[in-house]
Design a protein around this ligand. Structure first.
Ligand code: MN
Ligand code: MN
Length: 469
C-alpha cells in the first residue's frame, strides 16, 4: 500500500470521520432537507450584512428575543438581542449562572466578498451608463464578469431617511453585470496572468443604454437618474451617503443530481451564521449564558465599528451585567476570560480537481461533518489562533457523546497560502477559542457550494456545544 492509500484507510477507520449521510435515518434525512430549505431561503434573501442582521433579528423576535437596550432588568432564561448599527448582531440566552462564570459563544461573520459601488459611481461612456466599483474582500476578479448581478443597498438622505434598494432578485426585475472581452479580440488579454486578466478598476457595472429624449448631454445617465428618482426617490448626490453592494443575482439552489449540496452566493460565512442561529433557537434554558454573535467586516480584516475588533461586544457584556444588577469591571473581564467559543467560518473543502494544494489527511471533506481547525494562518501559522488541546479534547468528547460527525483540517498545504478568521480577536480576552465551521467548494466565488450533511452536522455540533461545554 502506498503511503497515500494507507492514510486514506486510516481516515475511514476513524469513527468521527465517517460520511454523515450513511448514519441518517429516514427521519433525520427529513431534518437535513428541512434545514437546508430554511438555509437556502436565508442566503437567497440575505445577501448583505444589513439584510442578514434584519432577518436574524426578525427570526429572533419570533423566538421571543427582545431588544436588550429596551430592557431595564434581565434575569436567567431571558432572551435578548443587540443590534450593532444594523450590520452586526448578538443574541443572548441568559443562563442560570452569573455572567462572570463565562459564556458559550457561537461566532460567525455575515459580510461576504462582493463588489461595492464607489461613492461617486455613476458615469456615461459611449452612450452606456455604468457604475464604478471597488471590490470588497478577496476575489478572483475574472469570476465576476459576464454574470447576472443584483444591486442591494441603502441610501441615507441628508434628512436621515433611509431608502432600501434591491434590484435583480425578483423574476420581474432587470439585472446588471460586468462585460468581458470577446474571445475573438482577446489575444493580448489571454496572455495575461489570471490576477490581472480583469483589473479591479475595470469592474464597471453596466446599468443602462437608453438615452432620455430631449437631453443633450449624457442622456443615458440622465435617464438612469430619472429612473432612480421616480422609483427610489434619491438623487445623484445621495450616492455619497449610500452603501450599494453588487452581488450575484438569483436564488440558492440544490446542487448535484442527488440534491446533496447547496449552491448559493455568500455561504462564506452565512452557512456558519445560519447554523449557529438555528442551534441557539433550539434552546430555552442554559446553565451558562449562550450567545450567537454575528459580525461584519471579517473579509476585510474585522476592522470598523461593526467588525470583531470593535469593542461593541465587550460593551454589550457590560450592558447585560448592568441590567442584571451585577456590573463591575472585574466581572466583565472574568465573563470574557471564562468563556468558550466556536469561532465559525468556512473551511476549504477538498477539491478533487485541485488536489495539489491540499494535504489529504489534514483536509476537510464534503459530508464528513463540522470542521475544527486548531489553527489557520499562513507561512508558519502566522496570524493564527492555535486552539489549546485541552479545549479540543473537551470538544471531541462533546461531539462523540452527541453522535456529531466532525473532522479536522488546516487551510491547504503548508506555504500554499492561508487565511484568518475572527478567532484570534476573541482569544485576546484569554477565552478558549477554536476555529470551526463548514467546508465550502468555490470559496469566495460568486457561487459557493456546501454539503447539506455538513450544514446539518454543524447545527447539531453547535447545539451539543451550547448544551455541554
Ligand atoms: Mn472569506
Ligand atoms: Mn469567512
Amino acid at each position: 500500500m502506498s503511503e497515500e492509500v494507507s492514510k486514506t484507510a486510516d481516515l475511514k477507520n476513524k469513527e468521527s470521520n465517517k460520511n454523515a449521510w450513511l448514519k441518517y435515518t429516514d427521519e433525520q434525512l427529513k431534518e437535513v432537507a428541512e434545514l437546508s430549505e430554511g438555509y437556502k431561503k436565508f442566503i437567497s434573501e440575505c445577501k448583505t450584512e444589513r439584510e442578514c442582521t434584519h432577518e436574524v433579528i426578525r427570526q429572533a423576535k419570533a423566538q421571543g428575543y427582545v431588544d436588550l437596550m429596551e430592557q431595564t432588568s434581565i434575569k436567567p432564561g431571558d432572551k435578548v438581542y443587540y443590534n450593532n448599527m444594523d450590520k452586526s448582531v448578538a443574541l443572548f440566552l441568559i443562563g442560570e449562572q452569573p455572567l462572570e462564570k463565562g459564556m458559550k459563544l457561537l461566532g460567525a461573520h455575515i459580510d461576504s466578498p462582493r463588489i461595492d459601488l464607489k461613492q461617486v459611481p455613476l458615469y456615461e461612456d459611449t452612450e452606456m451608463a455604468l457604475f464604478d466599483t471597488h471590490y470588497y474582500g478577496g476575489i478572483k476578479k475574472y469570476q465576476w464578469v459576464t454574470l447576472p448581478l443584483a444591486i442591494h443597498g441603502v441610501v441615507v438622505k441628508k434628512d436621515g431617511t433611509k431608502v432600501n434598494v434591491v434590484v435583480g432578485e425578483d423574476d420581474n426585475d432587470p439585472v446588471v453585470g460586468i462585460s468581458d472581452l470577446l474571445v475573438h479580440l482577446a489575444a493580448d488579454q489571454m496572455g495575461k496572468k489570471a490576477s490581472t486578466v480583469i483589473e479591479g478598476e475595470d469592474l464597471n457595472v453596466l446599468i443602462g443604454s437608453q438615452p432620455l429624449k430631449g437631453e443633450e448631454k449624457e442622456a443615458v445617465k440622465a435617464n438612469i437618474l430619472k429612473i432612480l428618482k421616480e422609483k427610489y426617490d434619491f438623487e445623484e448626490a445621495d450616492f455619497i451617503s449610500a452603501e450599494f453592494e453588487v452581488v450575484p443575482a438569483g436564488k440558492a439552489r440544490d446542487f448535484g443530481l442527488d440534491r446533496s449540496m447547496v449552491v448559493g452566493y455568500g455561504q462564506d460565512d452565512r452557512v456558519c451564521s445560519y447554523t449557529s442561529m438555528r442551534a441557539l433557537f433550539e434552546l430555552d434554558k442554559v446553565d451558562r449564558t449562550a450567545v450567537c454573535l454575528l459580525v461584519d467586516k471579517e473579509e476585510v480584516g474585522s476592522i470598523g465599528a461593526t467588525g470583531m475588533h470593535s469593542r461593541f461586544f465587550e460593551n454589550v457584556v457590560a450592558e447585560l451585567m448592568d441590567r442584571m444588577g451585577d456590573y463591575s469591571e472585574i466581572k466583565v473581564r472574568r465573563a470574557l476570560a471564562n468563556s468558550h467559543m466556536l469561532s465559525s467560518d468556512v473551511s476549504a473543502a477538498f477539491d478533487p480537481n485541485y488536489p495539489a494544494v491540499m494535504e489529504k489527511k489534514n483536509s476537510a471533506y464534503f459530508g464528513r461533518g463540522i470542521v475544527f481547525n486548531k489553527y489557520t494562518g499562513a507561512r508558519g501559522k502566522s496570524g493564527c489562533n492555535d486552539a489549546n488541546p485541552e479545549f479540543i479534547a473537551q470538544l471531541r468528547k462533546i461531539m462523540e457523546d452527541n453522535n456529531v460527525n466532525y473532522q479536522t483540517s488546516e487551510l491547504g498545504k503548508v506555504d500554499q497560502g492561508g487565511g484568518g478568521t475572527i478567532a484570534y480577536i476573541m482569544a485576546q480576552y484569554a477565552m478558549q477559542v477554536i476555529d470551526s465551521g463548514v467546508a465550502v467548494l468555490n470559496m469566495h466565488s460568486p457561487w459557493e457550494i456546501t454539503s447539506k450533511a455538513d450544514i446539518y452536522e454543524a447545527t447539531q455540533g453547535y447545539l451539543a456545544f451550547l448544551k455541554e461545554i
